[in-house]
Design a protein around this ligand. Structure first.
Ligand code: PMP
Length: 353
């Protein structure tokens, strides 16, 4: 008897992976280069000792959502929290997507927007960005008109380009879309402005964020969105009961006591990004302007895939985007500590000059 196969759209799919090679300097997954403050780890350990392990967690995660809401000047009813912002995106697709519906994405962008849509049986309408990877509003207009998307995704700063959409662009896109506009701000804290400014009860806009990057908490898998309460209420119906365990709720709540430390790290990384970008521009590389904690670049004299291998030989791992559609020859480097970035820059100089 043959094995049962997944439905066609899933069987044909490739997963989304970044190889985790053993190296000294890991600059491939846009994590924070430093661990959370020691006080956070101690406070969390103490809180975990108080968890009622025989009980289910607070299903509504009210304390966590209230604290996140307070950070952004909204109530808990405007906060949806989940296991990483990927689960936020998945819940959006499960709720507003599905067979017979479409999402719109503008490539190149974060691969999971279309991947998750397809997994949930949602159609994907793809628009092309301009040659410099900026958003072309004429393309947005025609893709939206043709596909009438239930969800339109923008990613700002965009992954993998690092580029930030302006407020004017987001407002114009909002005026064009028939459904929900999702602005994925996984790297929002590194950018000069946030679409959170535009969220209110009337506007069909949600902004997603994560604890994985600036909060040094990729291991905790916690993300959220801020949006109108009527969207949050629908998402709450779809997500599994008790999806946020007690440890994670505690981790997120306690992390918010360390806002000043987090902001300090963001400031340091942003400064370090300036240094890294400037150094890359002195090498034979095309460099895209970044508002995130990573930089996309394309070596001009040596093939990107070759550069990637030679960096690994020197124990430096960056993201190899060189075979991705539209990103031929490109690599993406996460901002690390200045020591790690120096190791990367020294290796790259050696390879390219
Ligand atoms: N959105 C974007 C644009 C990302 O780059 C990432 C992480 N790669 C995520 C969402 C997901 O982050 P997490 O699930 O860790 O919150």
């Amino acid at each position: 008897m043959g094995r049962i196969q997944p439905r066609d759209s899933v069987a044909l799919m490739e997963g989304y992976h970044s190889p985790q090679v053993e190296v000294d300097v890991r600059l491939n997954t846009n994590e924070s280069p430093v661990s959370p403050p020691p006080g956070f780890v101690e406070a969390l350990a103490a809180e975990v000792a108080r968890v009622d392990w025989h009980r289910y967690p607070d299903r509504g995660a009210w304390e966590l959502r209230s604290r996140i809401g307070a950070l952004h000047g909204v109530g808990p009813e405007q906060v949806f929290a989940a296991n990483g912002s990927n689960e936020v995106l998945q819940t959006l697709s499960l709720t507003y997507g599905g067979p017979g519906r479409n999402v719109a994405v503008f490539e190149p962008t974060y691969a999971l927007h279309s991947h998750i849509a397809r997994i949930t049986g949602t159609g994907v309408a793809e628009g092309e960005r301009a040659a410099d990877f900026s958003l072309d509003l004429d393309v947005v207009r025609s893709v939206v008109a043709a596909s009438q998307p239930a969800i339109t995704y923008l990613c700002s700063p965009n992954n993998p380009t690092g580029m930030v959409e302006t407020r004017q662009t987001v407002e114009e896109v909002l005026g064009l879309v028939p459904g929900l506009l999702v602005v994925d701000e996984a790297y929002g804290q590194f950018a000069p402005w946030s679409a959170l400014e535009l969220v209110d009860e009337e506007t069909p806009l949600v902004v997603s964020r994560t604890f994985s990057k600036t909060w040094s908490m990729a291991a905790a898998r916690l993300g959220y969105l801020i949006g109108p309460s009527w969207v949050v209420a629908e998402l709450e119906k779809v997500v599994l009961p008790y999806h946020l365990d007690s440890m994670k709720q505690a981790a997120g709540t306690i992390a918010l006591d360390y806002l000043a430390e987090m902001e300090e790290r963001v400031a340091q990384l942003t400064e370090e990004r300036g240094r890294l970008e400037a150094a890359l521009r002195e090498l034979p590389c095309d460099v895209w302007p970044s508002g995130a904690n990573f930089v996309l670049f394309r070596p001009r004299t040596v093939d990107g895939a070759e550069v990637w291998k030679k960096l690994v030989d020197r124990s430096v791992l960056v993201r190899n985007c060189s075979s991705w559609p539209r990103l031929e020859g490109c690599l993406r480097v996460t901002i690390g500590t200045s020591h790690e970035d120096d190791r990367f820059l020294d290796a790259l100089r050696e390879i390219l000059t």
